[in-house]
Design a protein around this ligand. Structure first.
Ligand SMILES: *Cc1c(COP(=O)(O)O)cnc(C)c1O
Length: 381
């Protein structure tokens, strides 16, 4: 390997590349907000709420301070509180569980379908029966890595016992299942605008989408001190607002979201084609789903050795997630659903997220795939 041809390191994600790709529009949007003299609860947030609701094919969107807040406030607006149980998964970002616990509810972890890494509806069904779930409870499926969970069955099971469904859409902006947008299938959908997400701000942010005007109203109240229109606090709220600067940036990115998701799909196809005949299991697509590849996750024996091999060859990969939520000290008291959580633990040992961001050149993706081919080969020798 001659020094002259040493290629650049390939990062797992690169929010800076997204800024550079739309620099003119983003700089213009930021300048517009700075000059306006209006930095919170103004035209940018109102416009983003309208545009994002339209994009998600819902009646309302309410912007908040983060994806974690979006989940917590959506659950609270739906009446979830101390004494409620919230059925979710353990193979997810810890924020899903944090948000649930902050409402006062108890999370109950349901194991995943090992092929798609999303909540197993059969296990959910048996768990809802075992816990005698009712209208005080909720189900939070996570559209992990950008692929919708099996929402048809999950929503039917929840409605059978009166439980509310809040979708964790933090990784699934623009995904669809049988034509329906992520966020439009449950009572509400919670999104994050963390910089590396499919739709990312230049800082923290989030939003909740819903068809319920009542739920949207309660959410607005909870997000701002519990105020009603007379600035009298009706409930104990918090301060969770998206600022005008971030809203203006997200509006720019929203205009490019579909093309960014298409770029992610092209990279996924490059990986799929190259890894077909290797020991690395490529993502399984659910029938009727439009996966938006927040992450491209392979599953491979000897994952840590492969990750080290890739790192030694200039490619940085991450593991989403190395430790299931139920094995983390803060959450060890949360009960497991029927069947336990062996599949979540197994997934955590084998998954590896390959570099994935819209601006990743196809040649770089091909190079990464080539490294995975030789890396998995090494492991077999
Ligand atoms: C990122 C993420 C969150 C939390 O979003 P923040 O904006 O970081 O608070 C919640 N759930 C999932 C699945 C996520 O990936």
């Amino acid at each position: 390997m001659g020094a002259r041809s040493t290629p650049e390191r390939i990062a797992c994600s690169d929010p800076g590349a997204s800024y550079r790709a739309h620099r003119g529009e983003i700089d213009g949007a930021i300048a517009r907000v700075l000059a306006s003299g209006w930095y919170l609860l103004g035209r940018e947030v109102a416009a983003l709420e309208e545009e994002f609701a339209r994009y998600c094919e819902t009646s309302h969107a309410v912007c908040v301070g983060s994806g974690t807040d979006a989940l917590e406030l959506a659950l609270r607006a739906a009446g979830i509180t101390a004494g409620s149980r919230v059925f979710t998964v353990s193979h997810t970002a810890v924020a899903t569980t944090t948000a649930i616990i902050r409402t006062g509810a108890t999370p109950v972890f349901v194991d995943i379908d090992p092929a798609t890494y999303t909540m197993d509806p059969d296990l959910l069904e048996r768990t809802l029966v075992q816990f005698a779930a009712c209208e005080r409870d909720a189900v939070v499926p996570v559209h992990l890595y950008g692929q919708p969970a099996e929402m048809g069955r999950i929503c039917a099971l929840a409605s059978g016992c009166g439980a509310t469904v809040v979708e964790d859409c933090a990784q699934a902006h623009g995904a669809r299942l049988e034509g329906r947008r992520a966020g439009s299938m449950g009572a509400a959908g919670a999104f994050s605008f963390y910089p590396t997400k499919n739709l990312g701000a230049l800082g923290d942010g989030g939003a909740v989408v819903t068809d319920s005007g009542e739920l949207a109203e309660r959410l607005r109240m909870l997000a701002q001190y519990g105020w009603d229109s007379h600035r009298s606090s009706q409930v104990v709220g918090s301060n969770s607002r998206l600022d005008e600067l971030q809203a203006a940036v997200v509006r720019v990115k929203l205009r490019h979201l579909d093309e960014a998701n298409s770029a992610r799909r092209r990279i996924a196809q490059t990986y799929d084609a190259a890894l077909e005949c290797t020991p690395a299991a490529v993502p399984t697509l659910r029938a009727g789903a439009d996966h938006v590849f927040h992450q491209y996750v392979v599953r491979v024996p000897g994952r840590d050795a492969l990750r080290a091999f890739l790192a030694a060859n200039g490619t940085d990969c991450l593991v989403h997630y190395p430790l299931p939520v139920h094995l983390q000290p803060a959450f060890s008291a949360a009960p497991a659903g029927v069947g336990g959580l062996a599949r979540s633990e197994e997934a955590a040992r084998g998954v590896l997220s390959l570099p994935m961001f819209p601006e990743l050149p196809i040649e770089s993706a091909a190079r990464v795939a080539g490294l995975v081919v030789s890396g998995t080969g090494l492991d077999a020798e």
